[in-house]
Design a protein around this ligand. Structure first.
Ligand SMILES: C[S@@+](CC[C@H](N)C(=O)[O-])C[C@H]1O[C@@H](n2cnc3c(N)ncnc32)[C@H](O)[C@@H]1O
Length: 487
């Protein structure tokens, strides 16, 4: 039984501050955690049975509240819990326990209309839960985030207007509050990690000084033994080419008619449903290059990550058709040996006098260009694989971009950050804007609906089907295309 979750099914209407805020404050200040999940309730009730439930999801109080608001605004009752619990569907020793809602009944023919006081009270409830430490990124028993319960497909897909103006404003405000909480938590988390990292580093430095003499005595054999141990300790994640760049660069790749995938695991590295995105991206990174007609300076454009060469073909089209106006040099940076071989074996690429292949990781090749100090780019595009935002883009790439971009140059990248869930996608979109501001860069997004533009993807009821690819890396029906330039 969870009084907290029960309260957040909003059983008493209208929703008044007097009842809801007072009761919620009472529960939270008396020790019920704002992170207490419906799974915790079930596990607590199960302790005597000796059965293992294997519950892996986290249905938090904010999930309960969001689900209730969504049900009410669609005209349903919110009695989907019994005694503050979900319905345990099956308990099977082989499978994880399945949880579901108790059936809800229709309450009104149209949605329940929240009045202004109710809207404010709901936002106050949310703020109070965040104040008491509620999380923003948990997945509930239906694998939904709190954001998904308000707008299943993210704010970019919202076109329909809810039943009443109040409801529309309320849903928008709730969603934006959730996004804001996501941004704040992620930035805070990053700061905490930084502090821990610095402290760890300082401690390590002190330790190292103390141990310096001892270290000198260590034998080469001991070092080798340690290295072998480390290699054996690599866990599964570290060996996954999608997570670990050095593993990726040694993983054989395969080109199919419509994709580039890892040979053994069938992870999608690039797929041709992205063609329309690459087309727009090529236009974006060249958008400043032809602006000043009298400027005869040669155009330099850089693409990081050749993959299937889709964006490079678009870049070539644009540059070649303007060749009489301005000469160009098209740099392509690529690290994977199989992709480099594909490039080198195809005369369209390898014999093109305007194309310069930078072989190796961009972290090496571009730093060399930076050190030379004589090449600057009108446009830079970044789309690699097995790299991570905090580690690679934030820590290294942005520095390189700032150093290599001409004052009016344009930078863009394949924006799949958080795109396995529309809510995470909305949060990371804003984090990128804030990070770029610290580099004196401004980022504008263009919303591209993928339903109509992804002509080449196989579709099933509007969802992208990943033909021959094991795991999808993009689960949103729209794409935020970034255009980045100096402020
Ligand atoms: C998603 S594909 C690029 C697709 C490309 N935008 C297109 O239009 O076909 C990613 C490419 O980046 C390459 N790559 C990954 N890490 C790299 C790195 N650190 N430096 C250079 N290339 C890298 C991969 O080998 C792969 O060819």
């Amino acid at each position: 039984m969870s009084e907290l979750h029960e309260l957040l099914t909003l059983p008493k209407l209208p929703i008044t501050k007097d009842y809801y805020i007072k009761t919620l404050q009472y529960y939270l200040s008396n020790g019920i955690p704002a992170t207490y999940t419906l799974e915790n309730v079930i596990e607590y009730n199960n302790t005597d049975t000796g059965r293992t439930l294997n519950l892996t999801t986290n249905t938090t109080p904010l999930h309960t509240l969001s689900r209730s608001i969504s049900l009410l605004s669609n005209g349903y009752n919110t009695d989907y819990l019994k005694d503050g619990m979900l319905n345990i569907d099956t308990v099977d020793d082989q499978q994880a326990t399945k949880l579901k809602m108790y059936p809800v009944t229709k309450r009104l023919s149209s949605g329940y209309e929240f009045n202004e006081e109710e809207c404010q009270t709901i936002l106050d409830i949310i703020n109070l839960l965040f104040e008491y430490g509620a999380g923003w990124n948990f997945l509930d028993f239906e694998n939904k985030t709190i954001g998904n319960l308000i707008y299943n497909e993210g704010i970019g897909s919202v076109t329909a207007v809810a039943a009443s103006a109040n409801n529309t404003i309320l849903l928008n405000n709730i969603y934006l509050r959730f996004v804001e909480a996501g941004i704040a938590t992620e930035l805070l988390f990053r700061k905490v990690e930084e502090v821990e990292w610095i402290e760890e580093k300082e401690e390590k430095e002190i330790e190292r000084e103390e141990e310096e003499e001892e270290e000198e005595e260590k034998t080469a054999a001991a070092t080798e033994e340690q290295m072998n141990k480390n290699t054996n300790n690599l866990d599964i994640q570290e060996q996954n080419p999608a997570d670990n760049q050095s593993v990726f660069l040694e993983t054989p790749l395969e080109y199919t008619d419509s994709s580039l995938i890892t040979k053994n695991n069938k992870d999608g590295v690039m797929m041709d449903w992205e063609s329309d995105i690459m087309h727009i991206a090529a236009e974006t990174v060249l958008s400043s290059a032809y602006q000043e007609a009298n400027d005869k300076e040669c155009i330099n454009v850089l693409n990081i990550g050749f993959g299937m060469g889709i964006i490079d073909a678009f870049i070539e089209n644009i540059c070649a058709s303007n060749n009489d106006k301005k000469k160009y040099r098209h740099y392509i940076c690529e690290a994977h040996p199989d992709v480099i071989a594909r490039f080198e074996n195809d005369p369209i690429w390898s014999k093109n006098p305007n194309i310069i292949l930078l072989k190796g990781r961009w972290q090496d090749t571009l730093n060399t260009i930076l050190d030379q100090g004589d090449i600057f780019f009108d446009g830079i595009y970044y789309d690699t694989f097995s790299e991570h935002y905090n580690q690679d883009m934030l820590n290294d790439l942005y520095d390189v971009v700032v150093g290599l971009l001409k004052p009016k140059g344009v930078f863009s990248f394949f924006n799949g950050l958080g795109a396995d869930n529309p809510f995470f996608y909305d949060v990371y979109k804003e984090i990128v804007v804030l990070d770029l501001q610290n580099y004196g860069l401004t980022c504008e997004y263009k919303l591209i609906k993928l339903d109509s533009s992804a002509e080449n993807c196989k579709k099933n009821n509007g969802d992208i089907v990943w033909d021959g690819v094991k795991q999808s890396y993009f689960n949103c029906k729209y794409y935020y295309h970034p255009k980045i330039s100096f402020m």
